[in-house]
Ligand binder design. Structure first.
Ligand code: PSU
Ligand code: MN
Length: 347
């Protein structure tokens, strides 16, 4: 698609209505449970490109102190590409959108403690409410949890590593990540490298279709059918429902959905950079073994994803980690460019 913002703007009959809708939309103001940093609030208000970043990857993904380094790297990636980062999580029982460096360190270094939780939609009321009873939790928000808080603050673009999905055997266990239902109900665009193939990728895409979630994979010049990516691997054996050429197209889709007042989310998949990606065949062997061990030990529910991630790292002797880091960085860079293109459309 070769549409520049200049071409697109005069042709959008809904533009005036869209602007007045956006302008009159009331974002949640700061209260005892929810706080947006001054920098992020000002950036949203003046329509600067803001990118949401999740924190489960720090509290339940990367160990301390690597998680501190990653958290600060990702914020820098947003800044050097012209955006404003909004790292989202729960600190001392308060939902936070935008953390200063000291707070970011405090949250990431609390990884592994029993009072530092992995927080999805169901958990937000619990951790914030119990602060009133004197219990102070920290928490990394999952994609679902992060989308909710981003949307409350008025952020539309979110970059991260990988999406939760339907687990293998999910048709029996009903272990389906709340990320998928959240994408069905919250209008935030998530840029990730798809789902790890320890999940059931065909059923995940079916579920997203049922939830009304637009899914597009960045094709980067490739033509024909492109696979929906499987995190470390660029191939999954499953075709992406749609492909997009670049960040401009992603931004145009977000803009159109908003104009149409469609209240579901979007998922744009960005395959792992080629030089760091691990071939599907190699990854399949490792993942099958990790899944076998999780089954044997009866690890299900919210503990399943962290357990399998840990096993994969062990079985690949750490070689999956550089790929993981490279893809997150690439996704966050792309998310920033999408947010920039969106700012142009909204100007
Ligand atoms: N997939 C990954 N890495 C991750 C996660 C998923 O490749 O760190 C995290 C994300 O925060 C995601 C969450 O939102 O796990 C999904 O967990 P569950 O399946 O319990 O919903
Ligand atoms: Mn689950």
């Amino acid at each position: 698609m070769n549409i520049s913002a200049a071409l697109l703007r005069p042709r959008l009959p809904l533009r005036t209505r869209l602007l007045s809708t956006s302008a009159s939309r009331r974002y949640l103001t700061n209260n005892g449970f929810f706080r947006v940093s001054d920098e992020v609030r000002e950036a949203i208000h003046s329509r600067k490109p803001v990118v949401a970043l999740e924190t489960t990857i720090y509290t339940h993904g990367f160990p301390y102190p690597e998680n501190v380094a990653l958290a600060s790297l990702l914020e820098s990636v947003v800044r050097v590409n012209g955006g404003v980062p909004a790292t989202i999580g729960i600190l001392d029982g308060v939902a936070r959108v935008g953390l200063d460096p000291e707070e970011l360190i405090r949250l990431t270094e609390s990884a592994g403690k029993s009072t530092t939780l992995k927080l999805s939609r169901r958990d937000l009321g619990y951790v914030c409410g119990l602060r009133l009873a004197g219990k102070k939790f920290n928490g990394g928000t999952t994609i679902a949890g992060t989308m909710i808080l981003a949307h409350l603050a008025g952020i539309k673009v979110f970059g991260t590593g990988g999406l939760g999905g339907v687990h293998r055997g999910g048709e029996h266990t009903l272990d389906v990540s709340a990320d998928l239902t959240e994408l069905g109900r919250t209008p935030v665009a998530v840029i990730s490298s798809g789902c790890k193939s320890f999940l059931d990728i065909p059923r995940t895409l079916e579920y997203l279709e049922t939830e009304g979630v637009g899914v597009g994979t960045f094709a980067d010049g490739r033509t024909g059918n492109v696979d929906f990516p499987a995190f470390w691997s660029r191939e999954s054996g499953v075709k992406s429902p749609t492909t997009i050429s670049d960040e401009m197209e992603a931004a145009a889709i977000i803009y159109a959905q908003e104009a149409l007042q469609i209240q579901s989310g979007l998922h744009f998949a960005n395959p792992c950079p080629s030089d760091k990606a691990i071939p599907k065949a190699a990854m399949d062997m490792v993942i099958n073994e990790a899944v076998r061990q999780a089954d044997a030990q009866g690890i299900t529910g919210k503990d399943n994803t962290p357990f399998i991630l840990h096993k994969i790292k062990e079985l690949t002797k750490g070689s999956s980690v550089p790929a993981n880091r490279a893809l997150i960085e690439s996704n966050v860079r792309r998310a920033t460019i999408v947010a920039r293109e969106l700012s142009v459309l909204q100007a």
